[in-house]
Design a protein around this ligand. Structure first.
Ligand SMILES: [Zn+2]
Length: 127
């Protein structure tokens, strides 16, 4: 994969984490909550989510989107957004090379973030 496989893998990982952040924003922005504080927590029992819960994709697979303590669903966390984010970056890196692929990938992920958050907002208003 291009001349810098390590850097490429790192960029894809960053996008997976950005995907996690998009999930968080899409869950909180429509409620009028801050996307910075408080730390992610379970809405049922209040348990603060650990690194394992927040791990992109892997955390979802381990917990199946449920709280480890009370078993209720955690937000609308969806691994799809994370996978799409990572895939966008990967596709751009393979297609355009490290440069300008990294920029194109980040732009795509940003666009995805705005779209997903916008959709969540609209869904909220429609209710
Ligand atoms: Zn819980």
């Amino acid at each position: 994969m291009g001349p810098a496989p390590f850097l490429s893998a790192y960029l894809v990982l960053v996008c997976l984490m950005l995907g996690s952040f998009i999930n968080l924003a899409a869950d909180r922005v429509p409620r009028g909550e801050s996307i910075v504080r408080p730390r992610s927590h379970c809405r049922s029992c209040g348990r603060v989510l650990t690194v394992v819960d927040l791990l992109p994709v892997a955390g979802y697979l381990l917990r199946r989107g449920r709280c480890a303590t009370c078993g209720s669903r955690i937000g609308r966390t969806s691994p799809v957004v994370e996978i799409v984010s990572g895939a966008c970056m990967l596709a751009m890196l393979v297609w355009l090379g490290l440069w300008p692929g990294a920029i194109a990938g980040l732009a795509l992920v940003a666009l995805l973030g705005f779209s997903v958050t916008g959709l969540a907002l609209r869904r909220r208003r429609a209710r």
